[in-house]
Design a protein around this ligand. Structure first.
Ligand code: AAO
Length: 470
């Protein structure tokens, strides 16, 4: 667990990988996904132990950066996980006998008796009972209807809350009954008053993949907290790639107008750790750092637009290798030396080394996070489009953004809604000591400004906001 202060002062919160003890998978060698196979609730993984975790959370909270934990509570390791101590903290387990003495869990604590499929696994997503009572890709399914199981989970989450975390991503929420999740949440402590106002509750976002057409819908989970909106990244990728006749002009009613859940329920993102490598859902339209130019536009659009609670991805590079359109290296874990995760080094140009991509440090993305904070609460207005892939919109009198995703240049005068003055485009540069290292935009006293964006620009979009005024 290591975060750099330079990074964290720009974010408001960070969502981290599961911090609890997991199985060690050696075939393939230490895949990233081994962390989704819990062995115990000890804080003890390749990212560090409990003391190191406490240190990180304390340092982050002290500078106002919140930590959200990825909570894997639907299941333990896979049914074929074997027996022994091949776990990140050396705790003994026996997957075949359903024994996890370091929690402890035994056969009584799993859904083997409740699941009605002959394989014991989920065979159809059209049957809500299977999805919630049977094994997801063979992962041993915990019986969350039991108060004993709920209590073990709540003890784990309360330990994290007491350390200072601000909330949780509930992994595989679709595979748990909403009422069982609620029963666990009802057992949780208030947040630590060392950093949070008395009575503060943990921020909850549930991972539910609902692209439509299945038995389970996102809305069943609204009572427990926010829910991931997977349609968002899938659709935005399709639009920015201009697939299926989509164009940016159609984004005028982006949000609920596209059939998404209510904005105040949605957790949105362009890509996540699954669909950036073909796991989970969203398919090939998903944009990632591998398609950097389009990716920056998509993340820029997301951060400028008021819909949803936004999350930015931060990744590592891995050697992609496609066979019949499938990346056979989709399992490869973080950069490491003989299994030890490599440090996140910082290059002189502020990017990251050691194959860490650090999208959150890319100027265009970092500056759009600032844009989002500056325009927070401002209405979506002054929409303009050319009927194709040139669009623009503002956020009250605080910010304005223009995109050119067409194959020809954009040159036009637009109403920005901003007070007159000279603004620094935070995509092509930064405002540093009152000067602009990028394009300057002149807004006249009536709020209008002239924009020119070549279709071959490195980044074919421009963003200005109240704090980028020179
Ligand atoms: C690993 C191995 C497995 C092995 C297992 C146990 O890969 O071969 O059987 O261990 O030994 C991650 C990895 C898994 C890994 C697992 C445990 O992704 O490969 O298994 O760790 O190590 C479903 C769930 C969703 C889940 C997603 C990956 O609903 O919750 O699968 N995401 C989370 C995490 C993820 C993690 C787990 C859960 C498990 O983010 O990292 O798994 O803790 C449909 C359903 C979705 C379903 C997908 C994929 O999606 O709707 O609910 O997600 O299928 O199975 C169209 C449809 C869309 C559909 C999609 C894909 O787009 O519109 O609905 O196609 O078919």
């Amino acid at each position: 667990f290591e975060l750099m202060l330079n990074d964290i002062v720009k974010c408001q919160s960070i969502s981290i990988s599961p911090p609890n003890e997991n199985i060690v998978v050696n075939n393939p060698s230490r895949p990233w996904w081994e962390r989704y196979q819990p062995i115990s609730y000890k804080i003890c993984t390749r990212s560090g132990n409990e003391n190191e975790f406490r240190d990180m959370v304390t340092r982050c909270n002290n500078v106002g950066v919140r930590i959200y934990v990825d909570a894997v509570i639907n299941h333990m390791c896979g049914e074929g996980g074997g027996a022994g101590t091949s776990s990140t903290c050396g705790s003994y387990f026996n997957a075949g006998n359903r024994e996890f003495p370091a929690v402890p869990y035994s056969g009584w604590d799993f859904n083997d008796g409740k699941c009605k499929t002959s394989s014991g696994g989920i065979e159809s997503y059209n049957d809500a009972y299977q999805v919630r009572d049977c094994r997801l890709v063979g992962l041993l399914d915990l019986a969350l209807e039991k108060d004993y199981v709920r209590t073990q989970i709540a003890n784990y989450l309360n330990n994290l809350i007491d350390i200072g975390v601000a909330g949780f991503r509930l992994d595989a929420s679709k595979h748990m009954w909403p009422g069982d999740i609620k029963a666990v949440l009802d057992k949780l402590h208030n947040l630590n008053t060392k950093w949070f106002p008395g009575g503060s509750r943990p921020f909850i976002f549930q991972e539910v993949i609902d692209l439509g057409g299945e038995a389970i819908t996102s809305s069943e989970y609204f009572g427990n907290g926010r829910v991931t909106e997977f349609k968002y990244g899938a659709k935005l990728g399709t639009v920015i790639r201009r697939w299926n006749g989509e164009k940016m002009a159609y984004l005028k009613n982006w949000g609920e107008g596209w059939g998404f859940m209510p904005s105040d329920r949605a957790l949105v993102f362009v890509d996540n750790h699954d669909n950036q490598r073909g796991h989970g859902a969203g398919g090939s339209s998903i944009l990632t750092f591998w398609d950097a130019r389009l990716y920056k536009m998509a993340v820029g659009f997301m951060l400028a637009h008021p819909y949803g609670f936004t999350r930015v991805m931060s990744s590592y590079r891995w050697p992609r290798y496609f066979v019949n359109g499938q990346d056979v290296n989709d399992w490869i874990g973080p950069p490491n030396n003989n299994g030890v995760i490599k440090e996140v080094t910082i290059n002189p140009d502020t990017t990251c080394g050691n194959d860490w991509v650090c999208e959150h440090r890319w100027r265009q993305i970092r500056n759009m996070v600032i844009f989002r904070n500056v325009v927070d609460g401002q209405p979506f207005q002054n929409w303009w489009d050319n009927g194709s892939n040139q669009v623009a919109f503002g956020r009250g009198n605080k910010g304005f953004i223009v995109f050119n995703n067409d194959d020809w240049s954009l040159s036009t005068t637009l109403q920005t809604g901003l007070p007159g003055g000279t603004y620094c485009d935070v995509i092509s540069g930064d405002k540093i000591n009152g000067n602009c290292t990028g394009i300057k935009v002149y807004v006249s006293s009536d709020g209008k400004a002239q924009f020119s964006i070549s279709n071959s620009a490195e980044d074919p979009f421009i963003a200005i906001h109240a704090d980028s005024k020179l």
